[in-house]
Write a protein that binds this ligand. Structure first.
Ligand SMILES: *[C@@H]1O[C@H](CO)[C@@H](O)[C@H](O)[C@H]1NC(C)=O
Ligand SMILES: *[C@@H]1O[C@H](CO)[C@@H](O)[C@H](O)[C@H]1NC(C)=O
Ligand SMILES: *[C@@H]1O[C@H](CO)[C@@H](O)[C@H](O)[C@H]1NC(C)=O
Ligand SMILES: *[C@@H]1O[C@H](CO)[C@@H](O)[C@H](O)[C@H]1NC(C)=O
Ligand SMILES: *[C@@H]1O[C@H](CO)[C@@H](O)[C@H](O)[C@H]1NC(C)=O
Length: 375
């Protein structure tokens, strides 16, 4: 321990000299010092500030998204423009992204990815909500000083207090129509898999290698043999070409967890792509993806038996297009609308509680524990 500490100090001192040399103005130095101070700072534990009344101004509930991650700002703007009206509430909600408004806010949402080291003050009437979009294995859980602060959890899971999934399948009023024989004829390639993270707890990479003994699966991305050319954010161009040329798109998640299906699969529904998704679970996926529109590898005892089934479907125009026709009855909501829906879920819960005019129950630590231990 002492040796480590000494090594740390030596690094800090060497780093300081380096910084002084290259940064005479001292801007970097102060942020550097800040980092060091933070490293050793221990958090004071504040007991919540007692509320006499539930705070509202202008007859609106205020939801504060504390230290909002940059990529969500667009969704907040979208909520402001299209979403002010949530259904079934007596008072509407506004979203604030100004962390200094914390004392005026009824709900405070914290993102797992931008959680400050130490919790700020909390009012007893406030609801604090932790948002994580990752599965348990990939979430940086809050330290103990935080755990007791959270009342709700927002996640892709359907049993979360506030569900914010990666997609939501809805039926189209009028099915998409295509020239199915043409679509089938254009598909000269068999399977495609694109991934940038490996190895993974789901061992998807091993599964794909096994499959390749029996069927052609072209691999793209950091974990694959090919690059798709076009970089983000225009990933859609890639997907469009895949959907035109390939029969099956392997949408394998990094972990097989309850309700954990990401944009990998929902993209195929959202962007009207005529390709059949093959997913690697989870078991309850049929609760939110319509049957007959995808194939679940978990339903098969081995990669070999899955390969056999895919070969059967892929070599029959009739069987194959049945899947496509079924899939063409649905679409997926986009991220902005889903964000709006989850904010309205918060708004409704808050509104039905008429704010929260009481001391919040001793602890909701079990909420976090459940998500920590269960995948
Ligand atoms: C909350 O409690 C205070 C004091 O007990 C009371 O005056 C107030 O009407 C209550 N209700 C709300 C919604 O604040
Ligand atoms: C209340 O609403 C009015 C008009 O919409 C606005 O000008 C004012 O800034 C609001 N007050 C607060 C405290 O948000
Ligand atoms: C609003 O309430 C109506 C009637 O109870 C219900 O049918 C509808 O599903 C509710 N909408 C939402 C978004 O909760
Ligand atoms: C989906 O694509 C098909 C074929 O290109 C087209 O006919 C249909 O209108 C599209 N549907 C939507 C909702 O964009
Ligand atoms: C992490 O992944 C492994 C392997 O899939 C699993 O056994 C374990 O329960 C996971 N842990 C969490 C916290 O999700």
């Amino acid at each position: 321990m002492r040796v480590l500490y000494k090594a740390y100090l030596v690094c800090v001192i060497i780093g300081m000299f380096g910084v002084i040399y290259f940064d005479p103005s001292g801007n970097v130095i102060s942020s550097y010092l800040h980092l060091i101070i933070n490293r050793f700072k221990t958090c004071e534990i504040h007991s919540p500030l007692s509320d006499e009344y539930v705070y509202t101004d202008n007859n609106t509930w205020r939801i504060l998204w504390y230290d909002i991650p940059v990529y969500l700002k667009k969704a907040v703007t979208y909520f402001e423009i299209h979403g002010q009206k949530c259904e079934n509430v007596s008072l509407q909600c506004i979203i604030s992204t100004d962390s200094s408004e914390i004392m005026r806010s009824n709900v405070v949402v914290f993102s797992e990815s931008t959680l400050p080291k130490c919790p700020p003050f909390k009012r007893t009437s406030q609801i604090w909500c932790l948002n994580t979009m990752e599965n348990g294995n990939f979430t940086t859980w809050p330290t103990e000083v935080w755990e007791k602060s959270f009342d709700w959890i927002m996640s892709y899971r359907r049993d979360a207090h506030v569900t914010r999934p990666y997609g939501k399948i809805l039926k189209l009023d009028k099915s998409n129509d295509r020239n199915y024989p043409d679509v089938f004829r254009q598909k000269t390639k068999f399977g495609v898999w694109m991934s940038s993270h490996c190895p993974t707890p789901s061992r998807r990479e091993e599964y794909i290698t096994q499959l390749q003994k029996y069927i052609q699966v072209d691999t793209f991305g950091k974990c694959g043999q090919n690059t798709c050319g076009v970089q983000n954010p225009s990933m859609n161009e890639c997907l469009k070409n895949f959907a035109r040329d390939y029969k099956f798109y392997f949408s394998f998640e990094n972990n097989i967890c309850r309700d954990y299906s990401t944009e990998k699969v929902f993209n195929l529904y959202e962007h009207n792509l005529s390709v059949i998704p093959v997913v690697n679970g989870p078991p309850q996926v049929t609760d939110y993806l319509p049957r007959g529109t995808f194939i679940n590898a978990l339903d098969f005892t081995s990669p070999e038996s899955l390969a056999k089934k895919l070969t059967e479907i892929g070599s029959s125009e009739n069987l194959y297009t049945q899947y496509l026709k079924e899939k063409d009855k649905y679409f997926s909501l986009n991220g902005l609308d889903i964000f709006r829906e989850s904010m309205c879920t918060i708004c409704r819960k808050l509104d039905h509680m008429k704010g929260i005019n009481r001391t919040i129950k001793a602890s909701n630590a079990h909420v976090i524990k459940m998500y920590k231990t269960e995948c």
